[in-house]
Design a protein around this ligand. Structure first.
Ligand code: ATP
Length: 349
C-alpha cells in the first residue's frame, strides 16, 4: 500500500547541508500498524512527513496505492492528503474551537455541507469516547482527551492511512495505554493503515505489527516486531531494548550493576549482564537452575517480563551472571542450544 523507494531528504542547515533521511526504502502493507523507532534526530519525523509531502523528498519516490505522491500537482496533492490523517505529540488543536468544532474543521475546509458535517462528527466523537465533552474547549480537557480529539479530527475525512508522530510522548503511561488501545481498535474496525513513529520500544511492542529502526537517517533494521525483539541485529536496536530494562530498574540497583560491569571491563570482575529472550517452549524449562548446576555460575535476576506480542507469549529476563569467562561462554551455548536467544548487554545499560 505504501512504498517508500530510495527516499533521501537533505536540508540546508546553518552549518551546511543536513542529510536527515538517507536512501530509505520500505514497504508498508494495507491494514498494518507499522512502527518507526529511533533516537532523537534519527530522521523519523522527516521520513514520516514525506509520506504526505509535508516534506518533499530530495530524492526517491513515495507510492501510496500505486500513486506517486512526488509527481502530483497542487490540486491532486490536496485531494491525496485527505486520504492521509495525521496526529501529533502536542495535539495541534485550535484553542478557540470546541472539541466538536475541532473535529469538524477538516470537513469545513473540504467544503462539506453543515448537515453532512454533523452526521459525520457525531459518530467520530462516539468512537473516541468524547460525546459528553464535545462542547468543551481544549483548555478544559485532559491530555489524553486532547489526543482523542486529534484522532477524531484525523479520521474526519475517512483517510486510508493515519500517520502518528510521537502521539503518546506527552502522555503518562496509563493514558498512553488507552490511546494505543484506541489506535489498535481503529486499525481493526476501520481497516486503517497506521504508520507510527516513537522513541519508545514499549509503544512498538504494544501495538505494532512490523517495525523499522532508524539511526542517522538510515533504516538499520526492519521486520516483524516479535522477530526484532527476539533477535535484534543492530547495536542501536539492542540499546533501545536495553532502555526498557534500565528505565524499570531501581536507580540504586542500576548503579550497582553498572559498577560491577565497569569492574569486569577493567579486568577485575566476573559479572556479565545478559538478556535472555524466550518464546513458546523455552518458557517453561528449568534452564537457569540447570545452568547453575552445570557451569557453577551465580545468576542474579534483575528484571523479567512476559509479554504478548502479536498474540505470542514472549518472555525476557535480564540476568547478571557471575563466573569464569569459559564457564559463561559454555552456559551461553547451552541456552542457545535450547532455543533461547542470548545477548550480552554489558555495553548497553
Ligand atoms: N527543516 C529542517 N531544516 C534543517 N534541518 C532539519 C529540518 N528538519 C529536521 N532537520 C534535521 O534533520 C535531522 C532529523 O530530524 P528529525 O526531526 O526527522 O528526527 P527525529 O528522529 O524525528 O527526532 P525527534 O524525535 O527529536 O523529532 C536532525 O538533525 C534535524 O536537526
Amino acid at each position: 500500500m505504501i512504498q517508500i523507494e530510495h527516499v533521501s531528504q537533505r536540508f540546508a542547515g546553518a552549518e551546511g547541508p543536513v542529510d536527515a533521511v538517507r536512501d530509505v526504502s520500505l514497504q508498508i502493507a494495507r491494514g498494518e500498524i507499522f512502527g518507526i523507532i529511533g533516537r532523537s534526530g534519527a530522521g523519523k519525523s522527516t521520513l514520516v512527513r514525506t509520506l504526505n509531502m509535508l516534506n518533499r523528498p530530495s530524492e526517491g519516490r513515495i507510492l501510496i496505492d500505486g500513486r506517486d505522491m512526488t509527481a502530483l500537482d497542487a490540486d491532486a496533492l490536496r485531494a491525496a492528503r485527505r486520504e492521509i490523517g495525521m496526529i501529533f505529540q502536542h495535539f495541534n488543536l485550535l484553542s478557540s474551537r470546541t472539541v466538536r468544532q475541532n473535529v469538524a474543521l477538516p470537513l469545513e475546509l473540504a467544503g462539506m455541507a453543515r448537515a453532512d458535517i454533523d452526521k459525520r462528527v457525531g459518530p467520530l466523537l462516539e468512537l473516541v469516547g468524547l460525546t459528553e465533552q464535545q462542547h468543551r474547549y481544549p483548555a478544559q480537557i485532559s491530555g489524553g482527551q486532547k489526543q482523542r480529539v486529534g484522532i477524531a479530527r484525523a479520521l474526519a475525512n475517512q483517510p486510508k492511512v493515519l500517520l502518528s508522530d510521537e502521539a503518546t510522548s506527552a502522555l503518562d503511561p496509563e493514558t498512553t495505554r488507552s490511546i494505543l488501545e484506541l489506535l489498535r481498535r481503529i486499525n481493526r474496525e476501520l481497516g486503517l493503515t497506521i504508520v507510527l513513529i516513537t522513541h519508545q520500544m514499549e509503544v512498538i511492542k504494544a501495538v505494532c505489527d512490523r517495525m523499522a529502526v532508524m539511526d542517522a537517517g538510515r533504516v538499520i533494521e526492519h521486520g516483524g516486531v516479535i522477530d526484532v525483539f527476539r533477535e535484534p541485529q543492530h547495536e542501536v536496536t539492542r540499546a533501545l531494548i536495553g532502555d526498557v530494562i534500565s528505565q524499570e530498574l531501581p536507580r540504586g540497583v542500576l548503579e550497582r550493576v553498572r559498577a560491577k560491569l565497569a569492574q569486569t571491563r577493567a579486568g577485575a570482575g566476573r559479572d556479565h549482564l545478559f538478556r535472555f529472550a524466550f518464546t513458546g517452549a523455552g518458557v517453561d524449562q528449568p534452564l537457569l537452575s540447570d545452568a547453575v548446576r552445570r557451569f557453577g555460575l551465580d545468576f542474579n535476576i534483575l528484571h523479567g517480563q512476559i509479554d504478548e506480542i502479536q498474540g505470542q507469549a514472549f518472555g525476557s529476563l535480564a540476568v547478571l551472571a557471575s563466573g569464569e569467562p569459559a564457564d559463561i561462554a559454555e552456559a551461553v551455548q547451552f541456552f542457545r542450544s535450547h532455543g533461547v536467544v542470548v545477548e550480552e548487554l554489558n555495553h548497553v545499560i
